[in-house]
Design a protein around this ligand. Structure first.
Ligand code: IPM
Ligand code: MG
Length: 384
């Protein structure tokens, strides 16, 4: 029994060591301005994904119309990231789909079904997690804002390591013993923490907070926290503090404390959990966007799932595109279209928070996603 086990362990360790070597040699961030043409790939995904992604594409095409006409921006539709195709190929991302994705610079992606034990689908790895790893999208950036409650948080979730790094390669040692792995590397931790501090510096934010469970998960979270302390010293003008994940979930609800938080940096799983809580405080997971940033590629997505029930009940056209449109704001920022990003963000605030002339309910009692996007574009046009 121990022989195959140690072989499995060795395989995992070797692949992580190889990943470290790749990180050591990774270049700097791509300069999108220097590219003759920027290619935006659109992956619809599953469930309500194609419906909301189509709205995202329509709004992006509207905002980038001049660049598209001048041949500086190209949109490419990438089919095949569906659960049916992934299950048929037995792969989280089929090879041909991955090749198409890699021929783009940035991706707008709808939610994808993630099979779990007991589902009718083969228990393949999540397409999301696979894409983050394949494209080395190490920073999951999730902004949350509730101005009237003085909440303005930006989460920097590590996106390629932690409990997700080899999350699909745990071991059933015996019928009674299952073991999973958690991975922290120096390079992977340094780059996410540095990005968080650099963001704070660039945007004039005063505090960066690390969230771990380093008192219990001593080795991997301990390493994350040590590296945080070391890098914080390079930024003496920015305050830093650290919290444990359990009390942090409580403190996000503490009105006396939560406005103190600004930039938060955290390992993968804690970031996954805490950003859903934060999105709920903002008004629900449907209101938040999510950017997955790497040095060469970036992918932008809604923070919510594929809502298969809405499709089964024939309600896909009533799905709310707000979350993917928030992701489009981040996409525009990332490709250097600051003016367009600001306009879309302002319009979304007007359409979802202040004016709310067209309201989505998820059912025929409310507007369709297309009607809502029309309203967003009309609002953008008025801002111009
Ligand atoms: C998210 C999601 C994903 C994750 C799932 C869909 C794999 O919850 O983007 O937060 O766990 O990261
Ligand atoms: Mg999540």
């Amino acid at each position: 029994m121990l022989q195959p086990l140690s072989e499995h362990m060795e395989k995992i360790i070797r692949s992580q060591l190889a990943r470290i070597e790749r990180m050591k040699n990774e270049g700097d961030f791509v300069d999108y301005d220097a590219l003759p043409k920027l290619v935006i790939g659109i992956c619809g995904g599953d469930g309500i994904g194609p419906a909301i992604t189509a709205e995202g594409e329509r709004v992006l095409r509207f905002l980038l119309a001049d660049d598209v006409a001048a041949g500086k921006v190209e949109f490419r539709n990438i089919d095949g990231l569906t659960i049916e195709n992934r299950a048929a190929c037995g792969k989280a991302i089929p090879d041909d789909v991955l090749a198409e994705i890699k021929a783009c610079h940035v991706i707008l992606k709808g939610p994808t079904t993630t099979p779990k034990a007991g589902d009718p689908w083969p228990n393949i790895e999540s397409a999301n997690v696979a894409m983050r790893k394949e494209l080395d999208l190490f920073a999951n950036v999730r902004p949350i804002k509730v101005p009237e409650k003085n909440i303005d948080w930006v989460f920097f979730r590590e996106n390629t390591e932690g409990s997700y790094a080899v999350g699909s390669q745990g071991i059933h040692v015996t019928d009674d013993l299952a073991i999973d792995f958690c991975v922290t590397t120096t390079q992977g931790t340094e780059r996410i923490i540095r990005l968080a501090f650099e963001y704070a510096k660039k945007t004039g934010r005063k505090r960066v907070t690390a969230v771990t469970k380093a008192n219990i998960i001593k080795t991997t979270d301990g390493k994350f926290l040590n590296i945080f302390e070391k890098i914080a010293k390079e930024y003496p003008d920015i305050e830093h503090d650290d919290w444990f994940i359990d009390i942090m979930t409580a403190k996000l609800l503490d009105e006396k404390r939560r406005s103190d938080f600004s930039v938060l940096v955290l390992p993968n799983l804690y970031g996954d959990i805490l950003t859903d809580e934060a999105a709920e405080i903002q008004g629900g997971v449907g209101t938040a966007g999510s950017a997955n940033i790497g040095k060469r590629y970036a992918m932008f997505e809604a923070i919510h799932g594929s809502a298969p029930r809405m499709v089964e009940e024939g309600r896909a056209q009533y799905a709310d595109p707000s979350s993917i449109l928030r992701a489009c704001v981040m996409l525009l920022e990332h490709i250097g279209k600051q003016k367009e990003a600001e306009k879309l963000e302002k319009a979304l605030d007007i359409c979802t928070l202040t004016e709310r002339k067209v309201v989505i309910t998820g059912r025929s009692t409310g507007a369709t996603g297309a009607e809502f996007s029309d309203y967003v574009m009309e609002t953008v046009a008025k801002l111009a």
